[in-house]
Design a protein around this ligand. Sequence first.
Ligand SMILES: Cc1cc2nc3c(=O)[nH]c(=O)nc-3n(C[C@H](O)[C@H](O)[C@H](O)COP(=O)(O)OP(=O)(O)OC[C@H]3O[C@@H](n4cnc5c(N)ncnc54)[C@H](O)[C@@H]3O)c2cc1C
Length: 605
Amino acid sequence: MSAVFRHPPMLALEALEDHLGRPGAAAERARLDDDETFPAGAVDDLTSFGLHLHYIPAEYGGRLHDYESAAALIRAVAGRDLTVAIAHGKTFLGAVCVWVAGDDRQAGRIAGDVADGRAVAWGLTERAHGSDLVGGELVGSPVPDGIRLDGEKWLINNATRGDIICVLARTDPDGGPRGFSLYIVDKRRIQAGSLEPLPKVRTIGIRGADISGFRLRGTVVDPEQDRVGPAGHGLETVLKSLQLTRTLCAGLSLGAADHALRRAVGFAEVRVLHGRLLIDLPAAGRTLAECYADHLLAEAFATVVTRSIQALPGEMSVLSAAVKYLVPVQTEDMLARLRRLLGARAWLRDVAADDPTGDGGDTGAGEFQKIERDHRIVALFDGNTVVNLNSLVSQFPALVRAHRRVAGTTEGLQAAGDLVRPLPPVDLGRLRLVAVAGVSLLHGLDEAADRVAVLADAEPDLDAVARAVRRLADRAGPLVEQMRLPVSPPEIPAEAFVLADRLARTLAGAAATVLWLDSRENVCGAGVLPWRDGSWLLAALDRAAAGVDDGPSADGATTGSGDGSGEADEPALDRAYATLLAALREQVRTGRLTSLFPARLAGAA
Ligand SMILES: Cc1cc2nc3c(=O)[nH]c(=O)nc-3n(C[C@H](O)[C@H](O)[C@H](O)COP(=O)(O)OP(=O)(O)OC[C@H]3O[C@@H](n4cnc5c(N)ncnc54)[C@H](O)[C@@H]3O)c2cc1C
């Protein structure tokens, strides 16, 4: 056990925070947002830090050794301004297919481009087909000097500002799973005039981002050098690449939640109502504590899934869909609760949340509404909520089959949950379209419950935690049984979506459990959030269960205690939420990240 354990991704986050310094004036961010102006200065600042190098795998000269550090860096940027995070991070999305399926020469070329600061976009979506990629009509047809691309992509981030676009094209007129290929369209190398940028599309959030599109007319690309992966394998490559990008999207939600929690706590710490600080009023304090527990659950889930890219790559088809579904949706709910807590301050554009006098001041004025507006895109792009639930449903048969055969903890699961255990090197060749062997988080749940019970025998304070983990494990078996229902996409019954939601919540609870079990000896004592007493896990499991058995709470949101914990565990839960509220206040007061792990933000003592 070490009292000075530091989670390495948080050191990367601190280095970026040091580089960026204290966030600039909120008024400037608001001005760019109002004017729908691309935040070029902030994007350039990230490039001068070298953030773009974290999008390039280490074997091609970049700094992408592990995906957790990249996720932490994206989270830090999102914690300041989501528009900037999405505008800069787009290059990872644009290049990712090359890392997944490109050959060494091609990957070296794109790595060089990204290292030189050239922005890469990802052209999948078409106006008429949205998330139905199989309907895509942009055509790639053979001509004597290469492959000729004709058609349009629309709603593409950085389509106009980007230098290179990775484009999905229909190469078999009949379409189908093997009917599409991916091509690199480098604006420097194509014939002048064969790519027409489409006008910027005005949006409700991330208003400054370059959301536009492009039309290709007879754009000729090289069939070997520019094709990413084998001919006809475009959809497969996209689906595998999305497993990485969907996982990293959680960093955008975590950053937005960090930002919103700081604003909400800042307000509740100074707002005096009925002679008391708002934060000391029980309902307000509980709301903040529950929101923080939601956030910690999301962070734990994202941490384990991100580590699974290396530890359990064959399971990422399920894990990435679950995390991309649950974390943005849960964060949206959390932001709505915090908005209600802020009251008028969330509605006013020129008054800061932590300026109770309402007489001006710059810090954070109007920021909350921007955070909430900007964040709404996270659930929508890179596979929207329904697409991810759909992906889970389509894998029900594999999960049901595997559940019968496998039980117990695997080495991969231990590596995903134990933060000091070295992860295997990244091997994107091990990503699979379907998790045929099931999901270790589900298989290991019974054993995890047994392990927590053993701990509780020695430490009776953990009794309530042990019961909560046991309830989670007991729910998993019947859930898998229910997942036997017949489905034939796209005719998916509404009931299947409910089960997919429960599956995602169960996986989140299981991820929090293994993270706590396998890392508590190392993380405890390192920061203000206690790990040893299990308080954050108890509250996180309460929140994971809350979505399953809804009921109104004091602020009209989903209640906790939806897991049938009953009155017996209420005092333990109350203590856990009180502990969390104290830790949250301390993290905000001392300029720390609102996190399971200690991390210093810029300007903190
Ligand atoms: C700001 C922004 C940036 C973007 N950036 C990019 C980019 O860089 N590259 C890119 O390629 N694309 C990008 N997109 C496109 C984005 O990924 C798509 O908009 C997204 O995939 C969803 O498509 P859609 O909204 O057209 O929804 P549709 O596919 O038209 O779906 C509409 C609705 O139908 C419902 N639905 C869909 N499928 C089902 C189903 N199977 N069962 C039941 N209901 C269903 C859902 O409620 C869904 O929201 C961006 C979009 C935006 C807004």
